[in-house]
Design a protein around this ligand. Structure first.
Ligand code: NDP
Length: 291
């Protein structure tokens, strides 16, 4: 395709996501704060490592940064191509998306809040779920590059709606994670074989994404492979609880979940994977969650 595409932020997600763009687009530009990652990407996938200013002159500009703060600092202090569409795959703050969309609209640039789920393996296999907020017309025009990376590409509403869905999804993930830690500690304390219990639960109504994937792959084998930082999950739960507080919606269970994630993050010395949040419960219960 003749359109140019840029990807800003080649972290655990971005590096893998941007790898799929050259199969459809000839002009794929990548930029990363630590520039050697952009150069490595260019050598590995045939993208072009460019300056930030060159990246911001592409027709489609993707970003995947830790928080909305880093996205804002780039957008508010640089010139962006008129007519471009900015597709922000950061798990960000809904209010920030609304402000950025308004600010960019005046410069004739569309902004879509387009967070993703599916973890690094979904980024690698181009099977991510995109939950997208913003102008419907921009969503339609941005289909080609998004389809390079996604499987389910869902329009969820106006600016901020994508970030809202993502924050709620990850707060559910956190709640399931904590509930699984308590539940499987109880099973272990009662002398039940955890693998056998897991097989029953995964065929029953108590199952979740955590019981189906995370427990066996990351926790019961105590591997905690680092693909999604606990700090980022704590951030996501904070976004959801901030929204509820602003609207005075009582969410006692989700608020407690957020507190657990925050405590797990603060007590974590190793910048661990999100699944390591259960280590805080292991400490509280004095039970190791391993088979
Ligand atoms: P990483 O920490 O792996 O990567 C962060 C990226 O942001 C790096 O490219 C980093 O550059 C860059 N960056 C950090 N600070 C700045 C800054 N001040 N200015 C410019 N660039 C900066 O994060 P992930 O890829 O894991 O996550 C990115 C986003 O995607 C987050 O919002 C996360 O919540 C979300 N997400 C993550 C998933 C996962 O499984 N990991 C799944 C779904 C969503 P540098 O290389 O120089 O440090």
């Amino acid at each position: 395709m003749e359109h140019s595409v840029a990807f800003i932020g080649l972290g655990a997600m971005g590096y893998r996501m941007a790898a799929h763009l050259p199969s459809t687009f000839k002009d794929v530009r990548v930029w990363n704060r630590s520039f050697e990652k952009a150069e490595a990407h260019s050598a590995q996938y045939g993208t072009r490592a460019v300056s930030l200013q060159d990246a911001l002159q592409a027709d489609f500009i993707f970003s995947c940064l830790p928080t909305s703060k880093e996205v804002e600092s780039i957008i508010y202090s640089n010139n962006i191509k008129t007519g471009a569409i900015w597709i922000d795959c950061t798990s960000g703050v809904p209010e920030s998306a609304k402000n950025l969309a308004r600010y960019l609209e005046e410069k004739n640039v569309a902004f879509l809040d387009a967070p993703v789920s599916g973890q690094t393996i979904g980024a690698e296999n181009a099977t991510l779920t995109f939950m997208i907020g913003g102008q419907r017309e921009a969503f339609d025009r941005a289909q080609a590059p998004i389809q390079c990376m996604g499987k389910l590409i869902q329009y969820v509403g106006e600016s901020g709606a994508g970030f809202t869905v993502k924050a709620v999804n990850n707060t559910l993930l956190a709640a399931h994670l904590w509930a699984a830690a308590e539940s499987f500690s109880l099973l272990k304390q009662q002398g039940v074989n955890l693998e056998a219990a897991l097989a029953c639960i995964n065929a029953s109504s108590g199952k979740s994404g955590v019981t189906e994937n995370i427990l066996a792959q990351r926790i019961l084998n105590q591997s905690f492979p680092k693909t999604f930082a606990l700090a980022l999950l704590a951030k996501d739960t904070g976004i959801a609880t901030d929204l509820a507080r602003e609207q005075r919606l009582p969410i006692p269970m989700l608020a407690l979940t957020q507190q657990f994630m925050q405590a797990a993050h603060v007590s974590d010395q190793d910048n661990s994977d999100f699944s390591a949040a259960v280590k805080l419960y292991e400490y509280m219960s004095n039970i190791k969650l391993e088979q």
